[in-house]
Design a protein around this ligand. Structure first.
Ligand SMILES: Cc1cc2nc3c(=O)[nH]c(=O)nc-3n(C[C@H](O)[C@H](O)[C@H](O)COP(=O)(O)OP(=O)(O)OC[C@H]3O[C@@H](n4cnc5c(N)ncnc54)[C@H](O)[C@@H]3O)c2cc1C
Length: 320
């Protein structure tokens, strides 16, 4: 038996994909979320800048609440990793393939996010230090938590300098540490560090131990202990599926979209960190909501969705 054609296949079940799933399911559309289960939000021990949670919430709990909310309205969610995406030029339909199956859809939302590059260190030590706030990846999110603390930023180019200068507004004690070799910076970056009073340490660098309150980094200049370190080593954007169907990418490797989250291929949409690396849940959710509404309106423009009369509605919910 052939599977029915989905109105929308959402690839990626982080804040962007799950927000879109909630909207699309509530638009009475037939959707499926296929998620590889590696949302960056799941790394967050406790987010304190996400509006509506004055005492913070763990990333995993937030994701679980969103999955529950999407399922409540009929969204199906599968934990799988999509390996292939194709588009039929004649019909405009997409087919996605993963290990145990495939699906055909009139539209696809890519909400596949990015992965932060990790500093060289033992994986268990990394995950333990991350859970305890000794390693942090998002100064916009949690710079507040390192106010007046001793901070190391692992990075060597303009990106590392920008992150160190950003963090300098939270604390006087910021050190920039080169990841793999002696620090080589452009004169203007050296000037920025000097003006901000940020010290530099040469690499190679490796985080080697964590105590209750600090993380120890081995560098070319000896051991340094910090209250937290921020790796500023860049990230890899998950655009492979977009590339398979010929979507345009921006020069910083995100998927190019219009102001309604439409990618350059008809029927393809993108939202969240895979579009712009702002690293914010609220932004990913906002783009997910915009994308879902655009998808609904574009599908209805092609074929109006007129609900048929239902004889008996058991549980009609009204709301504003
Ligand atoms: C340590 C850390 C702390 C952070 N703290 C905060 C914070 O306090 N506040 C805040 O606002 N933001 C924070 N962020 C940023 C926030 O987590 C991200 O901005 C947010 O998760 C982006 O959502 P997204 O849906 O775009 O991508 P993600 O949440 O990364 O989700 C993408 C999903 O797509 C899946 N996927 C990728 N490719 C495929 C494929 N081919 N097939 C199937 N699935 C696929 C992945 O497995 C993943 O589950 C933090 C990030 C980190 C790393």
């Amino acid at each position: 038996m052939t599977e029915p054609i989905l109105d929308c296949l959402i690839i990626g079940g982080g804040p962007a994909g799950l927000t879109a799933a909630i909207y699309l399911a509530r638009f009475h559309l037939d959707i499926l979320v296929v998620d590889g289960g590696k949302s960056r939000a799941a790394w967050i021990p406790c987010t304190r800048n996400h509006a509506g949670f004055p005492d913070g919430i763990s990333g995993e709990e937030l994701l679980q609440r969103m999955r529950d909310q999407a399922r409540k309205y009929g969204a199906k969610i599968e934990t799988e990793f999509v390996t292939k995406l194709e588009r039929d030029e004649q019909t405009g339909l997409f087919t996605a393939t993963w290990g145990s199956g495939c699906a055909t859809a009139r539209s696809v939302l890519l909400a596949t996010g990015v992965t932060n590059r990790r500093p060289p260190m033992d994986e268990k030590l990394h995950d333990d230090a991350l859970a305890r706030g000794l390693i942090r990846y998002c100064p916009i999110c949690d710079g507040y938590e390192v106010t007046d603390k001793k901070i190391g930023v692992i990075g060597s180019d303009s990106h590392g300098v920008a992150e160190a200068v950003f963090l300098r507004s939270y604390t006087t004690d910021v050190t920039l540490i080169a990841p793999d070799k002696a620090m080589r910076l452009k004169p203007e970056d050296q000037e920025k560090l000097k003006e901000a009073g940020i010290g530099c340490v040469d690499g190679p660098t490796q985080a080697v131990a964590a105590t209750d309150k600090s993380i120890v980094v081995d560098t070319a200049e000896g051991h340094y202990a910090f209250d937290s370190i921020y790796p500023a080593l860049g990230s890899d954007t998950h655009t492979q599926l977009a590339e398979m169907v010929g979507a345009s990418l921006s020069k910083d490797c995100g998927i190019v979209v219009d102001s309604h989250q439409r990618a350059s291929v008809v029927g393809l949409y993108a939202a969240g960190d895979v579009v712009i690396g702002l690293d914010q849940i609220s932004h990913a959710m906002g783009e997910g909501g915009v994308a879902a509404t655009t998808i609904r309106n574009d599908l209805c423009a092609k074929a109006p969705r007129l609900r048929e009369k239902v004889e008996q509605v058991e549980e009609a919910e009204t709301g504003s």
